[in-house]
Design a protein around this ligand. Structure first.
Ligand code: M6R
Length: 576
């Protein structure tokens, strides 16, 4: 899972590729590199680390060329080394490739080729050698088609051919877009790659490939037949404004939540009103409602199940990567996919499976024009703006706000107006205490969080944030489950965070069970414990997760960790 970029034109090549890679590095930041064509020769610059560090070391910005490809990597096959960084070259150095995805049968493909020298442990390098070998007996285009037909798995590939001075781009599974400028052509894993340069793009469908040269571009299907594709004009309001004085994007993005919610509310009532009505109608018209999502978005989907239940609509949710193993869907099913990036492969796979079985698909996404949006019958945008930090914060709030709005339309009475202002107050009133608590928790190895009803998903989400950002093992649980096993781990001083919206005897019994074992009991509640909240039980999940976000942030800050780019992760997971 990685980001790829490509450019054919007269811009300052190094500068363009460098900026494009910086915009794509949320897709992976283990290593990065570029391959450029200058005077008939391919020049490769690549290394481990983030794009900015690599630029400092190798001066990416000062690289000439008329054609160039770039890559930012999240390691799958092969560890994070300079050799495994893309682009990869063929032995004769005629071809350079950048690949996003996984080629499942790379070993079989490799075994067809004799006498090639491999310099990496990746599945991707085989592409360059395969095209080199096959193009000895057929045209490069035929070799690309042959590879495309034989390769199994997911791929978005950009291939630079130094001899014919062309780029080839092909896609199956992983996303790929082509941007159209004035006498210049862009390629990218998504619109972020080139949205500073053009607002005209074409999205490749599976099993399509493109040939880009000085005359422009042509798109064909896997059989070599030309495909007419109308360029789309996209409205892009996703420009990232920088850290604006904050040390980290995560803290800045938590602070942006109130505005993001207001923007969403306006959009749901105006520009997206029709889609909201359609979404609601689809829910009413289907017998079975199934959510699917991954990570934080899955926790949002749990809230969706809870809210729909309150509107008297039965729904279920399942983690996208296990969806097809546990769920049966048919034409009476509405699948609701939730994804911030709209590119999560597990979610796209669950959607594909559901589509084949005849289900209708609705979705809730943040990134406009993403694959999930384009593959849905109806899609709502959560209008959170670009989220740079890998940890989802403002997008989680806007996901659950959208779900609450839908449940409202279906009969769950709930006032939403005061949410943005109250979130602002929750941050303002509680941050000093959170910083203090962060100091107390920074050396803990395990933290448990318990909730019931609508705070159960929040407990799960706080646990995910504690793992992801300050690297603390955490478990978010249903309060009632504690006594069925986990209580064995609760001993003196083990931190347990309880989410207690009201004087609810069930969760209070769970707190008593914890305190009887001398655990370090931390209560998040409007009526007890150190934090201050507006007195609104039904909106408590919105306020309590803010405490969880800030707590994870401040513990990680205490530990001096790379908050916006946690180890081993990436913002968009485009492999299954
Ligand atoms: O883009 P998506 O919402 O589909 O991403 C799903 C997860 O990968 C994502 O929520 C992940 O868990 C976040 N990094 C959590 O903060």
């Amino acid at each position: 899972m990685c980001g790829i970029t490509g450019y054919y034109g007269n811009k300052n090549m190094g500068k363009y590729l460098y900026n494009s890679l910086k915009r794509l590095d949320y897709r992976g930041y283990d290593s990065a590199g570029i391959a450029t064509l200058n005077n008939g020769k391919i020049n490769i610059k690549k290394d481990t680390g983030e794009v900015e560090q690599i630029n400092q070391k190798h001066n990416l910005e000062k690289t000439d060329g008329k054609i160039g490809v770039g890559h930012t990597r999240w390691s799958t096959h092969g560890s994070t080394t300079k050799q495994n960084a893309h682009p990869h070259l063929s032995c004769d150095e005629r071809f350079a490739i950048a690949h996003n995805g996984i080629i499942e049968n790379w070993k079989d493909l490799k075994s067809q080729l004799n006498g090639h020298r491999y310099t990496s442990e990746t599945d991707s390098e085989v592409i360059a050698h395969y095209i080199e070998e096959k193009s000895k007996e057929m045209s490069v285009e035929e070799a690309v088609k042959k590879f495309f037909k034989e390769a199994k798995g997911s791929l978005a590939v950009v291939l630079l051919d130094s001899k014919e001075e062309k780029m080839y781009a092909f896609k199956r599974g992983s996303p790929l877009a082509l941007g159209i400028g004035n006498d210049e052509t862009f390629l990218g894993s998504d619109l972020y790659a080139f949205s500073t340069e053009t607002d005209k793009a074409i999205f490749f469908e599976d099993d399509e490939y493109g040939i880009i040269d000085q005359t422009g571009y042509v798109i064909k299907n896997i059989n070599g037949e030309e495909v007419e594709k109308e360029p789309e004009n996209f409205d892009w309001d996703q420009e990232e404004a920088g850290k604006e004085g904050y040390e980290h994007y995560m803290r800045k993005e938590i602070g942006e939540i109130p505005q993001a919610v207001e923007r969403l509310e306006n959009s749901l009532n105006s520009a997206q009103e029709k889609q909201v009505d359609r979404f609601v109608e689809l829910i009413k018209n289907h017998e079975k409602i199934l959510f699917t999502a991954s990570g934080t978005s899955y926790h949002a989907s749990l809230m969706g199940v809870y809210f729909l239940n309150k509107a008297d609509i039965e729904a279920q949710t399942l983690i996208a990567s296990e969806f097809k193993n546990y769920e049966r869907v048919d034409e009476d099913t509405l699948v609701i996919a939730i994804s911030q990036s709209g590119e999560t492969k597990d979610v796209l796979d669950a959607m594909e499976y559901s589509r084949k079985e005849g289900a209708d698909i609705a979705s809730i996404i943040n990134v406009p024009y993403s694959s999930v949006e384009r593959e849905s019958d109806v899609s709502l945008r959560i209008m959170a703006g670009q989220e740079v930090c890998v940890a989802a914060t403002k997008t989680f709030i806007n996901q659950i706000y959208t779900l609450l709005k839908i449940a409202n339309k279906l009969g769950y009475q709930n006032h939403l107006e005061e949410i943005p202002k109250r979130i602002e107050k929750v941050i303002e009133k509680n941050e000093p205490k959170i910083k203090q608590l962060a100091k107390e928790l920074k050396n803990k190895n395990d933290i448990y969080i318990i909730g019931r009803g609508d705070t159960y998903p929040i407990a799960r989400e706080i646990a995910l944030k504690l793992k992801e950002i300050p690297y603390i093992h955490a478990e978010g649980m249903m309060g009632g489950e504690l006594k069925h096993g986990t209580l064995a781990l609760i001993e003196e001083d083990v931190p347990v965070i309880s989410l207690i919206p009201e004087k609810n005897s069930e969760i209070i019994s769970n707190v008593k069970e914890i305190e009887a074992r001398n655990a370090k009991s931390i209560k998040i509640s409007p009526w007890t414990g150190p934090f201050k909240f507006p007195n609104s039980n039904s909106k408590f999940p919105f306020y309590t997760i803010i405490i969880g976000f800030l707590l994870s942030y401040w513990i990680a800050n205490e530990k001096n960790l790379p908050i916006d780019r946690p180890r081993n992760l990436s913002k968009s997971i485009t492999v299954s």
